[in-house]
Design a protein. Sequence first.
Length: 119
Amino acid sequence: QVQLVESGGGFVQPGGSLRLSCAASGRMLSFNVMGWYRQAPAKQRELVAVMTSGDMTNYADSVKGRFTISRHNAKNTVYLQMNSLKPDDTAVYYCNGRIGSLIGGIDYWGQGTQVTVSS
């Protein structure tokens, strides 16, 4: 059993910053890809940022220049530094670990952490 546990969500005013963390526990797998997705109310889950074990990254256009993903391969941890947050960034953020590639594979998900951006 693999568990992905997120932390770092919360409430922040527009223009503020948050840092999300995700750590894998339980049966240790080497995730080829780790990253973050988000789901806002009444919207589909969407990719925010992902990173391969070889340091290739893919960002949603809406977060480029504001969010930065990083990971520690040996510890199976992934982070998301979010700066210049906007109300549109409000969503539940889910950590993802994938055995496969950027195109697809076997996905593991965390429970999600709420991020609320509001004045």
